[in-house]
Write a protein that binds this ligand. Structure first.
Ligand SMILES: [Mn+2]
Length: 331
């Protein structure tokens, strides 16, 4: 049985997927059982999302966050993520360095136990009785789009900044001088996104989304809940669906960085490239790592490096026009 069609994807992600399957002991029989379980899980999640009270609760949650005053997140913008129990330490590390003005506009959909959720991040809890087991990675990636869609429908929300919880936020993304972000009066893209540097394609770890119709199109056309849907990775499907129909802006990988090609390690052996990147206005996505402990190590190393070499993170929007110079790098 074929599960994944890996196309246009960096080798490290392919390895990550392979490791995941291997560690899960994915024999043919187990893989088949897994497919059945996932199909059930998708149906359960999809039915839950169709529930009026759940949707109303999430809409109210997002509207409440959007209404909070903030000196560092623009009016009409919210920051959104989803987190499960296993990744709770990552969200904890992520918000630890965020100023209050940023946290106030940050809403997370939280799965699993409430215990240990970080103070300062607002959680809307997924009702435990609606899912019988932990959500798979794949379903979780599709839920991202459902959550972004609900956020864009909420009162007062015009823009959603999605950040995976395995992203270290080193500077204020809203101050970045790229299309769709901190360019006053500049044309705003429907979707501004991180890229997989190797292939220049879409990475959905960090995205600024402005278009409700784009997200609706993704949800309807992907049919992520349907048994016969494409088994391509969520971000491959999304890129296929939105290309040509909406305005997309790729953020340079020096601005929204990725561990896939930025080998920041929690020791002294940091490359010149990594050092150069860390003082640029950036987020660092700790992808291409399979364990929570490894992701956490990379995020905390990046945060510590930033503090040591670049000073305290500056979030005030007024400070962002004077961006750090781009340090050239020869690959
Ligand atoms: Mn991620």
């Amino acid at each position: 049985m074929k599960f994944l069609v890996l196309r246009n994807y960096p080798p490290c992600r392919r390895r990550e997927r392979a490791l995941r399957w291997r560690s899960a002991g994915a024999s043919a029989a187990r893989a088949s059982a897994s497919a059945v379980r996932m199909a059930n899980e998708e149906a359960v999640v999809y039915r839950a999302l169709a529930d009026a009270s759940l949707r109303a609760g999430l809409l109210a949650f997002m509207a409440d966050i959007a209404a909070r005053p903030s000196a560092c997140v623009p009016d009409g913008s919210v920051v959104v993520t989803a987190v499960n129990t296993a990744h709770a330490p990552l969200l904890h590390a992520q918000v630890a360095t965020l100023p209050q003005c940023f946290r106030r506009r940050y809403g997370a959909l939280c799965f699993g136990e409430a215990r240990g959720w970080p103070a300062g991040a607002s959680c809307s809890h997924w009702p435990a009785q609606r899912t019988g087991h932990r959500l798979s990675y794949e379903v979780f990636t599709w839920l991202k789009w459902e959550l972004i869609h609900l956020a864009l429908l909420a009162t007062g929300v015009r823009t959603v900044l999605w950040t995976d919880c395995d992203v270290a936020v080193l500077r204020n993304p809203f101050g970045i001088a790229v299309r769709g972000f901190g360019v006053p009066g500049g044309a705003a893209a429907d979707l501004t996104h991180q890229t997989n540097a190797m292939h220049r394609d879409l990475n959905t770890g960090v995205m600024l989304v402005r278009s409700e119709s784009l997200v609706r199109h993704v949800l309807i056309k992907s049919r992520w809940w349907a048994p016969g849907r494409s088994r391509d990775l969520e971000q491959v499907v999304v890129e296929r669906l939105v290309s040509g129909n909406w305005s997309l802006a790729k953020v340079p990988y020096k601005t929204f960085a990725s561990y896939c090609w930025l080998r920041v390690r929690p020791d002294e052996n940091v490359s010149r490239y990594a050092k150069a990147l860390l003082c640029l206005p950036s987020t660092l996505h700790a992808n291409c790592l399979s364990s929570t402990a490894e992701k956490l190590g990379v995020m905390q190393a990046a945060q510590a490096r930033f503090r040591e070499r670049c000073g305290s993170p500056r979030f005030a929007l007024a400070l962002t026009p004077s961006l750090s110079p781009v340090i050239s790098f020869d690959p």
